[in-house]
Design a protein around this ligand. Structure first.
Ligand code: BGC
Length: 723
């Protein structure tokens, strides 16, 4: 259908609709197949036939969606199709690593590929819109939702945003195998006070614009179909009612014309926030701020908007504009043409599952997400484990730790392969013994004794520690994001056997580890939650079939007292100096994190040298090419990730001590050399001026190249910006 005809259909529908039908289109209810928020009554077929709901979440599966959609397109007066939504952050049937883990791959093509596969799987199981990607910058590991996002840095998060939107939406929403993406949760949710879930957010507008908004801007530029405002407030104005950000910045300045969907019951929560007295006020605040759809808001839009209209709190044209955006989305999704287009037949579902070596991709993505944090004496890879390998710890046999945090996926979670099975398969001739017990917080005396005996009689011990999935995610804040006491006790006992101990750490966030554990372990691997192919992927890593490439997308603090901690801090007038008391430092712990952003070891040794620029001066519109030589000293072929940072030496507003501007990878055989080139445009040297608009200021800039954000190990040179 031509666009003009589609527009005419939308206008015709709006003309035809009663007010109730309009607010119905703006109401999203739950199919309650899974529950991702406070309990409620599931949607009824009668409500659908009456047109009092326009979209559903948490209901998926081809047949179920067909059954429900039929009520809308056959039983309702205007026959407007529903659209169906789910949170699919790391896979529907094929599980990839958690997004936080995936972000450690520093690999945009990979991020896109895994999103593509997830979209294809959604698009045959009735899902039209995915509540993903989650783009909240996180600098506080106490916050459980760190697991869903791309880490601490806005630049990295922006790259992640583009790749994920391209992966989910590919070549247009009406194409086969495509779903609409949602950039969430706009914005600054990751900065909740003290890392406590749903707590207030209070920060400067500068920080919002420099750090928290850019990933969303990148998603909008990539054409994201929907945006979800955060539950939280921003400096006293809940994001769901934040017209200054949603309407003025996102819609007006960025030109976002897609749909804004509230978070789960967030419109109703404006009353609890204390900025609305009743449903009518809450509904008016959210709609006027630009929120089109009220998700699970106890009918705040449905009941409140008619009253708000009567009271003059909202205009009919604002309601119509929101309805228009919803109908446009349905049009783009191709639902008017075929409301069942994403309800695949069993054979289409099977064919999708068989496509494109998904298991291999899940295994590769998992391998690429692992970060090797320590490898004393090159204990890894484990080449000589022919006799006895002990696999100890509560997470060794956990199958469930690879699923989405929503119960929707419990049925498919059983297909995930745990570490233990992966290692057994990788070492068919070795005695791979294991101590049962999967409770991560309670390990009893018998289990400890069994673990001690096993550790004594084994050459190498793989100790599987960390969190369960349920300890991170939404409402998963932890005041002490470390290892539970029982695991520390187990680890002490195992490490006391003085064997080669490799610790695999499963978590949805950086963990705060005890010093003794880091010192005594031979190897440490951040394994996150690796997905369906956890076991085989970890076996690949441990045996050296895969040479680690992962890098931390968020630093690991030494101590909870350092939080929030991140590499892009602003300078101080009194930088830390060991011998000077009156400088910016702690008396009882270092300023530096345990492992910096970008950190991660390989089984190869890479060295950078010969940093050079093709011009020492750059003018607006010009680009400087930065080159650096990389050599792989072996012993294995491997891949190195190189990070490009800048530091503005003198500026009218202080700039972070390091700003990430690019990252690239290079694959080198043992003893091979290569050269990497980065193009840095003069505009990349801009910053936000006093009015928060981008500004270029002439002057000198440090150009720094490193393997992590540890400045002491970087190569650096200077360039001058001339205006
Ligand atoms: C979460 C969102 C999610 C929504 C729907 C909320 O509780 O904050 O991220 O998309 O539920 O499941």
């Amino acid at each position: 259908m031509a666009q003009s005809d589609e527009n005419a259909r939308i206008e015709h529908l709006i003309d035809e609709m009663t007010l109730e039908e309009k607010v119905g289109q703006l109401t999203m209810l739950s199919g309650e197949l899974v529950q991702t928020g406070p309990a409620s009554a599931p949607v009824t077929s009668e409500a659908i036939r009456k047109g009092r709901v326009g979209s559903l979440l948490n209901l998926w599966g081809s047949e179920r969606v067909r059954d429900v959609q039929r009520h809308a397109v056959e039983g309702s007066r205007l026959k407007i199709p529903l659209f169906f939504c789910l949170d699919v952050l790391y896979g529907l049937r094929t599980f990839f690593p958690i997004p936080f883990g995936e972000s450690c791959a520093f690999d945009a093509p990979l991020w896109e590929k895994t999103a593509r596969v997830a979209a294809q799987e959604c698009a045959v199981e009735g899902i039209d819109l995915n509540f993903s990607p989650m783009l909240d910058v996180a600098r506080d590991p106490r916050w459980g939702r760190t697991v869903e996002g791309p880490g601490e840095d806005a630049f990295l998060a922006g790259r992640f945003a583009e790749a994920k939107v391209r992966g989910f939406q590919a070549w247009g929403l009406s194409a086969q195998g495509v779903v609409a993406a949602t950039a969430k949760h706009l914005a600054a949710y990751g900065a909740v006070q003290a890392g406590r879930e749903y707590a207030p957010v209070d920060m400067s507008a500068r920080q919002l614009h420099e750090v928290y908004l850019p990933p969303f801007r990148a998603a909008v530029r990539a054409g994201v179909a929907a945006i979800m405002p955060a539950f939280t407030d921003f400096n006293g104005v809940p994001m769901t009612a934040n017209a200054a950000i949603l309407r003025d910045i996102v819609r007006r300045d960025w030109g976002f014309s897609g749909v804004m969907i509230s978070d789960y019951s967030a419109v109703a929560e404006l009353i609890a926030h204390g900025i609305a007295a009743d449903k009518a006020e809450a509904a008016a605040l959210a709609l006027n701020a630009g929120v089109d759809i009220d998700m699970m808001g106890h009918d705040t839009y449905y009941d409140g908007l008619p009253i708000a209209l009567e009271k003059g709190l909202v205009k009919l044209e604002t309601i119509d504009a929101a309805v228009r955006r919803v109908l446009e989305l349905k049009t783009k999704l191709g639902l008017f043409e075929d409301p069942y287009r994403r309800c695949g037949t069993p054979s289409a579902i099977a064919a999708t599952a068989a496509q494109g070596k998904r298991k291999d991709l899940a295994r590769e993505a998992a391998c690429r997400s692992f970060v090797l944090l320590k490898n004393k004496g090159d204990v890894l890879p484990l080449r000589d484990v022919q006799t006895s390998l002990a696999v100890i710890g509560p997470l060794a046999d956990a199958k469930g730790e690879a699923r989405e945090p929503v119960a929707a996926h419990e049925s498919v979670a059983g297909t995930a392969i745990p570490v233990l099975d992966g290692l057994r398969k990788a070492h068919p001739n070795a005695k791979v013994a294991f101590t049962p017990g999967s409770d991560v917080v309670k390990i009893n005396a018998t289990q400890r004794a069994a673990a001690r005996e096993l550790a004594r009689s084994s050459d190498v011990i793989v100790l599987c520690l960390g969190e369960t999935m349920a300890m991170s995610g939404e409402a998963g804040s932890r005041g002490n994001p470390g290892l539970p006491a029982a695991q520390c006790e187990l680890a002490r006992m195992v490490l006391a056997q003085k064997k080669r101990v490799v610790i695999l750490l499963f978590s949805g966030r950086p963990l705060v580890l005890p010093d003794w554990l880091v010192e005594k372990a031979y190897a440490l691997v951040a394994a996150w939650f690796p997905g369906s192919e956890a076991g085989p992927a970890l076996a690949d890593l441990l045996t050296g079939r895969f040479n680690p490439v992962g890098r931390l997308s968020m630093c690991w603090p030494m101590d909870v007292g350092q939080i929030p901690i991140f590499f892009g801090a602003r300078p101080t007038g009194r930088p830390a100096a060991a011998n000077d008391h009156y400088t910016s430092k702690y008396l009882d712990m270092p300023n530096e994190p345990r492992f910096p952003f970008g950190y991660g070891l390989s089984y190869s040794r890479f060295e950078l040298s010969g940093l050079r620029v093709d011009r020492a001066q750059v003018r607006a519109g010009e680009t400087v090419t930065i080159s650096v030589d990389v050599v792989n000293h072996g012993p294995l072929a491997g891949q190195e990730t190189v990070l490009l940072f800048i530091r503005d030496q003198v500026s009218s507003i202080t700039r972070p001590v390091l700003e990430l501007k690019d990252f690239q990878k290079i694959a080198l055989a043992a003893a091979q050399r290569g050269t990497m080139r980065f193009d840095l445009a003069a505009e990349d040297l801009s910053f936000l001026g006093p009015d928060l608009a981008p500004k270029l200021e002439a002057g000198m800039f440090d150009v720094l190249i490193g393997q992590s954000a540890d400045r002491s190990k970087m190569l650096s040179t200077e360039i001058e910006l001339i205006l």
